[in-house]
Design a protein around this ligand. Structure first.
Ligand code: ADP
Ligand code: MG
Length: 606
């Protein structure tokens, strides 16, 4: 917020009816963290340079935000608590180019309707002293002591809506959400000093600094050290109506979780699909499957070119020139990333393969062909082959007993044939009756592990593997809270995980099927999934997504050298696993190149 906007004491007015109806209606008091976000934004809109947030019992008992902003005059205290009363916009024109974080005039009114709210404020205009208004009392403001600014105090959240209160998580989890809301806001306002305390103890103190100082303090020096700086320059320098700046970490520093993805539009934290897509595109081909890039990026754009009034919590936006914004962000980030990429990678990528190589063996072209034309045919063939194989297996004994001499003689080989070699640590090459079989070993194994996990859990036989040496590692307060909250689920899935002090957890056992996984990575990922989606036994789709994510950890990693017997074992498992021709994410796990294709390639008549 520019200072000039506050050179005059803003006055609060009721919005005219037509404007009210144009403001998307909705809830801003979903949980304590959403209330805290609104209070912090109000303090920033008031031009505060120092803001202190105090939380007790996850915010249910108390959320208090103290600021040194412009304050509210005595006669407008009641108006501040009235729905659709705001000092920030007065007309539709203002709404179209809103520069403050708030403008809906709802937050305080909504909070006052579900909690005991007290507003204490001292505006420069009021001279002598501060005034306090207790929302429920119905009485007029009483004199109070306060140097400058405003204190908003919210006690006993949802005291009058017990059903609502039941949906809240433990105090630790709600506090973790509050702390995240606090971080998001603090990151975007480095010039403002912030403090956060929890149950009377200081949790975070952030002195006023510059952008990189704040990014280091909030996101960690490690992130800052690894990240590439992005800056397209200010609009004045480039004549472009927008600017992107911030940091993005190269792919080597990608994370198992999407927890370090901060994206802002005009200082407002957003979860925008368009920007998310532009970023994914910029990182494309650089990330290993299932990894999340880490970034903190700020987009500055003419407020008139973006609609922030799409969603009550304003985390979604709509750009007038969506395509242009997408391209701009994509190029800015890709440029920043490729600076490090060229230095690190010398191996040729698929894009470097000369075009003279026949289309089918060009990975990208071939993939397209497979997607468009041959997926159905592949599946039909596979179904047929599997039936044929299970018949011959029934005749010749157990599948594992099949002779590997068959590699010499593709005619009698099982559907996926016998392994010949491993290609670039990623693909298994095998020979079957029709030609060459190519298997993406990680994708295929992931599916096998996933199906095994599913049937083990359906049969309530999620056996545990006790770790010889328990894994102990430090976790965030959110992660610690999830361990407590989901103890039963974790146990049902075959984990033995507990807290070891306030900020460390100990993993004593993991599901037997995942015994080869890195226990720390596995458990972190599982906690992340639980945090994002929870897991409900009733919702099979959710549970399966959860197991699918776990399966990735049990699957053989690319670049692991496999022996021929290991490769053959994988092929045989694929043949007996349901849906083995697609990985958990729907990509094909194998394909086949008939010998005829090779003949054509070498102009060989048969
Ligand atoms: P909005 O922020 O959308 O205007 P709110 O319900 O959050 O609506 O706040 C209503 C009004 O109360 C604001 O427009 C502002 O004038 C005043 N206000 C709220 N919090 C503060 C604060 N911390 N300092 C100064 N004024 C405030
Ligand atoms: Mg507000």
């Amino acid at each position: 917020m520019s200072e000039s906007a506050f050179s005059r004491q803003p006055s609060i007015r009721l919005l005219p009816d037509p404007l009210v109806s144009q403001i998307a209606a909705g809830e801003v008091v979903e949980r304590p963290a959403s209330v805290l976000k609104e209070l912090l934004e109000n303090a920033l809109d008031a031009g505060a340079t120092s803001i202190h947030a105090q939380i007790e019992e996850g915010g249910v008992r108390l959320i208090r935000v103290t600021d040194n902003g412009c304050g509210i005059v005595r006669d407008e205290l009641a108006l501040a608590l009235t729905r659709h009363a705001t000092s920030k916009i007065a007309s539709l024109g203002d709404l179209e180019r809103v520069a403050t974080l708030g403008f809906r005039g709802e937050a305080l009114a909504s909070a006052a309707s579900v909690a005991r709210l007290t507003l204490t404020s001292r505006a420069a205009l009021d001279g002598g002293h501060a005034w306090r208004l207790r929302a429920e009392s119905g009485a007029s403001p009483e004199p109070a002591a306060l140097e400058k600014g405003t204190i908003v105090e919210i006690r006993d959240l949802y005291y009058n809506t017990p059903a609502r209160r039941k949906f809240l998580k433990s105090g630790a989890t709600e506090f973790a959400h509050c702390a995240e809301a606090f971080r998001r806001i603090a990151l975007a306002h480095p010039g403002v000093a912030f403090a956060l305390s929890n149950n009377g103890r200081e949790n975070t103190r952030l002195p006023a600094t510059d952008f990189s100082g704040r990014a280091g303090a909030v996101l960690g020096e490690e992130f800052l050290a690894s990240a590439r700086a992005v800056d397209t320059g200010s609009s004045a320098e480039t004549a472009a109506p927008l600017r992107v700046f911030g940091y993005c970490a190269p792919s080597a520093h990608a994370r198992a979780r999407g927890d370090l993805q901060y994206c802002y539009v005009n200082g407002r934290f957003v979860r925008d699909r368009l920007l998310g897509h532009a970023l994914r595109e910029a990182y494309r081909d650089m990330l290993h499957g299932g990894r999340y890039p880490a970034y903190c990026l700020f987009l500055e754009i003419d407020p008139a070119a973006v609609d922030v009034n799409v969603h009550p919590s304003k985390t979604e936006v709509r750009f007038r020139e969506a395509r242009a914004v997408h391209q701009f962000v994509f190029h800015a980030v890709q440029r920043a990333l490729s600076a490090s990429r060229n230095a690190l990678e010398t191996r040729p990528s698929p894009g470097n393969i000369p075009p003279s190589i026949p289309a089918w063996s060009h990975p990208v072209a071939h993939q397209k062909r497979l997607d468009l034309n041959s997926q159905r045919a592949t599946r039909a063939y596979y179904d047929f082959a599997r039936t044929a194989y299970s018949q011959s297996a029934a005749q010749s004994g157990a599948p594992g007993a099949a002779s590997e001499e068959g590699a010499e003689n593709g005619e009698t080989a099982p559907p996926l044939g016998y392994a010949l070699a491993q290609l670039h640590g990623v693909y298994i090459l095998a020979q079957n009756a029709r030609g060459l079989v190519i298997v993406d070993m990680h994708a295929a194994h992931e599916r096998i592990v996933y199906e095994k996990l599913k049937s083990a859990i359906d049969a309530r036989q999620a056996n545990r593997q006790t770790l010889l040496i328990p894994a102990v590692f430090s976790v965030t307060p959110t992660e610690a809270a999830i361990v407590e909250e989901h103890a039963e689920t974790l146990c049902a899935f075959g984990f033995d995980v507990g807290l070891a002090g306030a900020s460390r957890i100990i993993v004593r056992a993991v599901p037997e099927i995942l015994r080869t996984a890195d226990p720390e990575e596995l458990v972190r990922d599982v906690l992340d999934e639980l945090n994002e989606h929870g897991v409900s036994g009733a919702v099979t789709a959710r549970r399966n997504a959860f197991l699918s994510r776990m399966a990735c950890h049990g699957a053989v990693r690319a670049h692991r050298q496999l022996t021929l017997p290991e490769m053959n074992a994988l092929l045989r498992q694929m043949e007996t696993t349901e849906r083995a021709d697609q990985c958990n994410h729907g990509r094909p796990t194998w394909t086949e190149l008939p010998i005829g294709e090779f003949d054509k390639l070498f102009l060989r008549g048969r």
